[in-house]
Design a protein. Structure first.
Length: 254
């Protein structure tokens, strides 16, 4: 089937091929059609195809093997959501290097949704920390996190010094914490979000809203993070709940 696109519409070529890659529409060996075949399919010139391919390569969706062709890559990270979801651990277990870049750190009066999630009085000061997370060199998450100032004074400074959230919380006596709730929403990114994640504004993102609590059930953080759907897929891991049930059953038999 041939798609007729206006001259210079390489972005549409890029997005259609990205959708094909995500859906696994290429042959078993993941080889993309030859350049001439793509030109015929989309009704565009060689320049548009090559520019689209370059963008797909920049996004990590294809790799060019000299003398063999261009191959689709499923470079999506399998991010597991569980009671004890940890960003660094998720990446390290898959051989990816977790990195972070601070974008904004400031103390602000808690917006209503934040104060409600953290069970704080209206306008209680919270640290608003915006960070961009990377897997190796690929941006995979833009996070807006909120921590109560009264409970964690100096949290923002410790974060700027490079300490992980778990290490900082342990210094305040929170040696363990769990995920109370995660809401998952799919939408299109804003222009700024797309820029940070190095993706198209037409490519959906996954928005996670989460609340973490200490082992007494008191909220310690609320965050809203966005993830590029073409680079990250999520799975729900209930292993800990299963182990607890099995342990209780074993104890009941004794």
């Amino acid at each position: 089937m041939q798609n007729k696109l206006p001259h210079g519409q390489w972005q549409q070529v890029e997005e259609e091929l990205a959708a094909d890659i995500a859906a696994g529409r290429f042959a078993d060996d993941n080889r993309l059609p030859k350049e001439t075949e793509l030109m015929a399919r989309f009704g565009v010139g060689r320049h548009s195809i090559r520019r689209a391919m370059q963008q797909l390569q920049n996004r990590g969706l294809v790799q060019v093997e000299q003398g063999k062709g261009t191959f689709a890559r499923d470079a999506r990270l399998d991010y597991r959501l569980s009671e004890r979801t940890r960003f660094s651990q998720n990446l390290l277990e898959q051989g990816r290097e977790p990195l972070g870049q601070a974008i904004k750190e400031e103390a602000i009066p808690a917006p209503r949704r934040v104060s409600e999630a953290l069970r704080l009085p209206p306008n209680e000061p919270v640290y608003h920390i915006v960070r961009l997370g990377f897997a190796d060199e690929d941006p995979i998450g833009l996070s807006n996190a909120y921590f109560p100032v009264r409970r964690f004074p100096g949290f923002d400074k410790a974060r700027r010094n490079g300490s992980s959230v778990s290490v900082i919380l342990a210094e305040y006596g929170v040696t363990d914490y769990i995920r109370l709730r995660t809401d998952i929403i799919v939408r299109l990114p804003t222009r700024e979000e797309a820029r940070h994640l190095r993706q198209s504004e037409t490519q959906p993102i996954v928005l996670l809203k989460k609340v973490d609590v200490d082992m007494k059930g008191t909220p310690i953080s609320y965050s809203e993070s966005i993830w590029p759907s073409e680079r990250v897929q999520f799975s729900i891991d209930n292993t800990s709940q299963l182990l607890s049930v099995l342990a209780e059953a074993a104890n009941a038999k004794e």
